[in-house]
Design a protein around this ligand. Structure first.
Ligand SMILES: Cc1cc2nc3c(=O)[nH]c(=O)nc-3n(C[C@H](O)[C@H](O)[C@H](O)COP(=O)(O)O)c2cc1C
Length: 459
């Protein structure tokens, strides 16, 4: 029986997942080597259309099992949030607007083992090299918690971490969001930024790391709101930043003011090795972990997991932004064919003339990374590339239905961008107004009978 009062944890989530669907976790008992092998297994599984969580029980003899691909399938986002899969995007938006303050504890399971100062050694963790192009071993599931140097408000965000030594990490704040802003303001005063780096926590903690909103919002309150209960935290052991007590592993350290060192290249979601880096450096002052900690990894590059982590929150944000003004918008997708970042598809019910263009323009304003937006009618499945391409093939004429905005601000990780500038293309692939043929459909009763027949034969 699941204990509904048990605090939300990564291990609790995985146990619930395995109980619900044992095939969704593959426990690999064979020893795999630290570098390259884990990513190779995940990418090969992905190529063959399989997406379980991979639980490597023996990575190069380390005492920590490595768990990866937790977010390789969208139904696991829904399970983490506690909502039906078909309501994931809408519920993500709704739950992300709730706030519950955290509660402070003296200690928790993450304090089972605490190593401070000279006892810190990053080589004790199974931090691995994922792709051949990577500069070295990276923590890819590092959720960095820091406090605004002026207000004390807490922010959580993902940042890759290159191991540079026993207690030294290199990182990049290239998304230039809240942590970049904090580090810049602190640096102007010659101050470091203390950070807690959380590796392995309940999925909702991960969702908090993806949450984007006003800089004045405390993201521990957002995580509490999404969980429907307060996040349990404890004071830092070497820094004035609190960390979740039910995490698997937490590192404490400081982003050093005025220090820059080479960092990268790194396999990015675009499918390329990226050399873009702000080259910040972190000195690690403590490593804390559960006695039997799970080391949670994310395969970077253009893996399903990495790109889904980008797509799901962005779809929720864009759908909410469009829906506020245009309630006939029915769905939004960031397809993997567009790296889950650079292209978006928008579905709309019975758009008035000219609305498709306004929707695309709103999307470009909302998300500077977008370089292509395709607007389709609501009979088109925006989660299916070939359905969208079919709408373009049959409902669009390029001389009338395509517009290009030149030299807009774009995603700097897009290797084709020109010094931060990119062209933005919108395609109106909605049905032309006036007399236009009906899409052919099947008789609903015949369809039901067909499904029953197919089920009885194939299960
Ligand atoms: C797996 C993953 C890795 C990421 N790595 C980085 C990174 O190395 N540097 C960075 O600046 N942003 C990175 N991001 C993006 C930010 O973490 C993300 O934009 C976050 O929502 C920013 O939070 P904020 O708006 O609260 O500042 C990554 C996102 C994901 C999903």
């Amino acid at each position: 029986m699941p204990d509904n009062d048990a605090p939300p944890t990564l291990r609790g989530f995985l146990a619930a997942l395995e109980a619900k669907d044992p095939a969704s976790i593959w426990r690999v008992g064979e020893r795999v080597s630290l570098d390259h092998d884990v990513s190779a297994v995940v990418m090969e599984m992905e190529r063959s259309g399989r997406d379980p969580v991979l639980w490597f029980e023996d990575v190069a003899g380390f005492p920590f099992p490595v768990v990866t691909n937790v977010f390789g399938a969208r139904n696991r986002f829904a399970l983490g949030l506690g909502v039906p899969p078909e309501q994931l995007i809408r519920e993500w938006g709704a739950k992300g607007r709730e706030r519950i303050k955290p509660v402070c504890r003296e200690r928790g399971p993450v304090h089972d083992v605490v190593r401070i100062g000279p006892e810190v050694d990053l080589a004790s963790l199974p931090i691995m090299q994922h792709f051949a192009c990577d500069a070295g071993r990276y923590i890819t599931n590092a959720i960095v918690v820091a406090k605004d140097p002026d207000t004390g408000v807490r922010n959580a965000s993902f940042h890759r971490m290159l191991v540079k030594g026993r207690n030294r990490l290199g990182t990049s704040l290239h998304s230039r969001r809240d942590l970049w802003n904090y580090a810049g303001r602190a640096e102007e005063r010659g101050e470091d930024i203390p950070v807690a780096i959380v590796i392995g926590a309940h999925p909702v903690f991960t969702f908090g790391g993806l949450w984007k909103g006003p800089i004045s919002t405390d993201e521990y309150e957002v995580i509490g709101g999404m969980m429907g209960r307060p996040l349990e935290i404890a004071a830092g052991r070497t820094i004035p930043v609190e960390a979740p007590v039910h995490a698997e592993i937490v590192l404490e350290g400081r982003i050093l003011a005025g220090t820059r060192e080479p960092e990268g290249p790194f396999a990015e979601f675009t499918g390329y090795a990226s050399k873009r880096s702000t080259e910040h450096v972190i000195e690690v002052s403590a490593i804390m972990h559960r006695r039997d900690a799970l080391y949670q990894d994310i395969i970077p590059g253009i893996s399903d997991e990495h790109t889904s982590l980008l797509a799901v929150p962005q779809e929720a944000r864009l759908l909410a932004a469009l829906h506020d003004h245009y309630p006939n918008v029915t769905d939004v997708a960031y397809p993997k064919s567009g790296t889950c970042r650079l292209h978006a598809y928008i579905a709309v019910r019975r758009p008035a003339p000219g609305l498709a263009r306004l929707l695309a323009a709103t999307a470009f304003g909302d998300d500077l990374s977008l370089k292509l937006v395709v607007v389709v009618d609501d009979d088109v499945d925006v989660h299916n590339d070939s359905d969208v391409l079919w709408a373009m093939a049959t409902r669009m004429q390029a001389d009338n239905d395509v517009d290009i905005l030149r030299n807009g601000m774009g995603a700097i990780l897009d290797p084709s961008n020109r010094d931060g500038l990119t062209a933005k293309m919108l395609i109106d692939a909605t049905r032309p107004h006036g007399d236009f043929p009906e899409r052919h459909t099947l008789d609903p009763a015949a369809l039901e009978r067909a499904r029953a027949l197919i089920r009885s034969h194939f299960g």
